[in-house]
Design a binder for this molecule. Structure first.
Ligand code: E4P
Length: 218
């Protein structure tokens, strides 16, 4: 499974990238707004940190023409730019347009298998079902991933499934068990993945016992 980071914070992207397993970056207008920095400044920094990895940048228009205009501008910023487009009828038209031009798209705000089916059928490179937001309204977000995976396999669709709105390590683990292509993970969840209280307790004990070993070589 590929690991993307879901953030526009350049320091978080640098830290995750230095761990050596970062496969891409996803952003959205909320994440960009959180940086309180000018859009182009943030985006250029991200693209120079990960010049060879897909970086999803979202359009802000909701009509087809506007999405095409904005997406074309974003695509000029780098070969690794993926145009993130909301899952709407206008959005799907824009997906078809960009994919026919060889520009990759990521269909965002996917909350049902039927939406995923449409986006995959139209050839979106990536689709982003939001599991955390479904959990928030008492649905089981991961069920959506299972259903989309079945549909993808039934018809050999090429779109990669990005598990989005990831809130905890269990979401990541379940994504891997289901066999999702990608999980886009916030930095705090990436750090939690490496942690286990028994690891900390075990290490503390080893270090304490090490003190009593005679004639240590280091
Ligand atoms: C997906 O690409 C979105 O940026 C993201 O995962 C949304 O997550 P949230 O529901 O935590 O805002």
């Amino acid at each position: 499974m590929k690991f993307f980071i879901d953030t526009a914070d350049i320091e978080e992207i640098r830290k995750a990238n230095s761990l050596g397993f970062l496969d891409g970056v996803t952003t959205n207008p909320t994440l960009i707004a959180k940086t309180k920095r000018p859009f182009m400044e943030v985006v250029k920094e991200i693209l120079s940190e990960v010049p060879d990895k897909p970086v999803s940048l979202e359009v802000a228009s909701t009509d087809y023409q506007g999405m095409v205009r904005e997406g074309e501008k974003l695509a000029e910023l780098g070969k690794n730019v993926v145009i993130k487009i909301p899952m709407t009828v206008e959005g799907l038209k824009a997906v078809k347009y960009f994919e026919s031009k060889g520009i990759k798209t990521n269909v965002t705000l996917v909350f049902s298998p039927a939406q995923a089916l449409l986006a995959m059928k139209l050839g979106a490179s990536y689709i982003s079902p939001f599991v955390g937001r479904l959990d928030d309204i008492s649905h089981t977000g991961m069920d959506l991933i299972r259903q989309i995976k079945t549909i993808k396999e039934n018809y050999c669709f090429k779109s990669e499934i990005i598990v989005a709105s990831v809130r905890n390590p269990i979401h990541v683990l379940e994504s891997a068990i289901i066999g999702a292509d990608i999980a886009t993970i916030p930095y705090n969840v990436i750090s939690q993945l490496a942690k286990h209280p028994l690891t900390d307790i075990g290490l503390e004990r080893f270090l304490k016992d090490w003190e009593s070993v005679p004639e240590k070589p280091f």
